[in-house]
Write a protein that binds this ligand. Structure first.
Ligand SMILES: O=C[C@H](O)[C@H](O)[C@H](O)COP(=O)(O)O
Length: 224
């Protein structure tokens, strides 16, 4: 199976996971990226079974709206029953690196409002240690050089993601050569650097359910 076929299989599985729980007033939290897009596309036939969605990016919001799914501001809704999103890396504790598509901040905010985070990923994303994928950090533009120096002090090789402006008007630094021993501690350390808006470690609040696609099928790994 190709990677795209594996992504499609996990998107299908995520639909089966949430469909029994959909009610007329359900608002779903929706992630960003190629895997999340496949999930969004599969929501179209179900759109009369739920109220709408909160999107973690302008791109996902547009995709949802194009399918006739109403998109709500997060501030206008309460707790979301589900947040469904992909990942750049995920480990056995369902901690993740996210932000390859620069959507990490809104993803972390929407995920924080969800009762259950369902991570959908093909097997290439499953790792024993986070950090092979360069860890994205969203920074306030004027703080970029300062934050980069702090990252060097932590052992990373920071690289400015040129030409990328986040939905929040900020910039991204990617941390190369930065294998992460303790994701929860590192997430907190990075958040404490002045000028950092969000880092791409989703560790203190990881996923609750991982739907992992491999050629034998979709494995469901649930921690809670
Ligand atoms: O900012 C982007 C997000 O964190 C994505 O969820 C992540 O990059 C995975 O994207 P994809 O499903 O395209 O591999």
């Amino acid at each position: 199976m190709t990677q795209d076929e594996l992504k499609a299989a996990v998107a299908d599985k995520a639909i089966s996971e949430i469909e029994p729980w959909l009610e007329k007033d359900t608002v779903l939290g929706i992630g960003t990226g190629s895997t999340a897009n496949l999930f969004i596309d599969r929501l179209k036939p179900l759109r009369d079974q739920f109220k709408g969605a909160v999107a973690s990016s302008e791109a996902s919001a547009k995709r949802l709206e194009a399918l006739g799914i109403e998109v709500f501001e997060l501030n206008s809704v309460g707790t979301l029953p589900f947040y469904i999103d992909g990942a750049d890396e995920v480990n056995a504790h369902l901690q993740m690196i996210k932000g390859g598509g620069a959507a990490l901040t809104r993803e972390k905010i929407v995920a924080a409002c969800a009762e259950r985070f369902i991570c959908i990923a093909d097997q290439s994303k499953y790792v024993s240690q986070l950090g092979n994928f360069p860890l994205p950090i969203e920074v306030i533009p004027m703080a970029r050089s300062y934050v980069a120096r702090q990252l060097v002090g932590l052992g990373a090789e920071p690289v400015y993601r040129q030409g990328v402006v986040t939905d929040n008007g900020n910039q991204i630094i990617d941390c190369y050569e930065f294998m992460i021993d303790d994701p929860v501690a590192m997430e907190a350390t990075l958040n404490a650097i002045v000028g950092v808006v969000t880092n791409g470690l989703f560790a203190a609040r990881g996923a609750d359910i991982l739907l992992l696609g491999n050629p034998e099928g979709v494995e469901r790994i649930a921690l809670r």
